[in-house]
Design a protein around this ligand. Structure first.
Ligand code: CA
Length: 221
């Protein structure tokens, strides 16, 4: 699960990062609107926690952009501004939930879990393709009902492929996602993981197709 925290208060951002990492989230922190924009361009997030008072832009502006780009990611707005009017404005702009500072961290996390559950409900919590079923919460992979233990990086690549069906995912985006695991990864490394996944999934009737000059798409035969 990937969370983008857009928050310029360093102390609060650190606290949020620690709390989400403890719940096994992969966390990206953006201290301003510009960094948040770049992060949203290169990664698909499961949730965005968005502060409204940012140094460069108003958080609501970023929220408008997210919805204009038709990104379906749930957004929880976090703000020091109080008042019903602010709340209505945020919800009208496409926020899925709203919390005023100071807030209870456990409540925030519960709301985030609820938002993610709701956003995944439409497509089912598990990602399924043919005989392959992946549960992104447990990071569990089943083929024909049997659990397969995948090395962490192969798992990341597989989950990205499944999330990107049917359009496919670029090599650069896969490398970005792997880099979040704390290592710079080139195109060649991505090819190695794709190769391993192909071997692993061959008997399950799952095929990873190469899209020329772009990346890969996963399909069931
Ligand atoms: Ca702020």
């Amino acid at each position: 699960m990937y969370v983008l925290i857009v928050e310029d208060d360093r102390l609060l951002a650190d606290g949020l990062q620690t709390a989400f990492r403890r719940e096994a989230f992969d966390v990206v922190h953006a201290g301003d609107g510009a960094n948040a924009r770049s992060a949203l361009q290169v990664l698909d997030f499961d949730i965005v926690v968005l502060d409204l008072g940012l140094p460069d832009i108003d958080g609501l502006e970023l929220l408008h952009e997210i919805r204009q780009r038709k990104l379906k990611v749930p957004v929880l707005v976090l703000t020091a501004r109080d008042g019903t009017e602010q709340q209505v404005m945020a919800l009208d702009a496409g926020a899925d939930d709203y919390m005023e500072k100071p807030f209870d961290l456990r409540e925030l996390q519960a709301r985030v879990r609820a938002l993610i559950r709701r956003s995944h409900a439409g497509q089912g919590v598990a990602l399924a393709l043919g005989t392959l079923v992946v549960d992104p919460y447990q990071k569990e992979v089943r083929i024909d009902g049997d659990i397969h233990d995948l090395p962490a990086r192969e798992y990341e690549v597989l989950e990205s492929l499944l999330l990107s069906t049917p359009r496919g995912v670029s090599k650069a985006r896969l490398a970005q996602r792997l880099a979040l695991k704390g290592e710079q990864i080139g195109d060649n490394a991505v090819e190695v993981y794709i190769h391993r996944l192909r071997r692993r999934l061959r008997t399950a009737g799952i095929h990873i197709r190469t899209i020329r000059n772009l990346g890969y798409a996963i399909e069931a035969r």
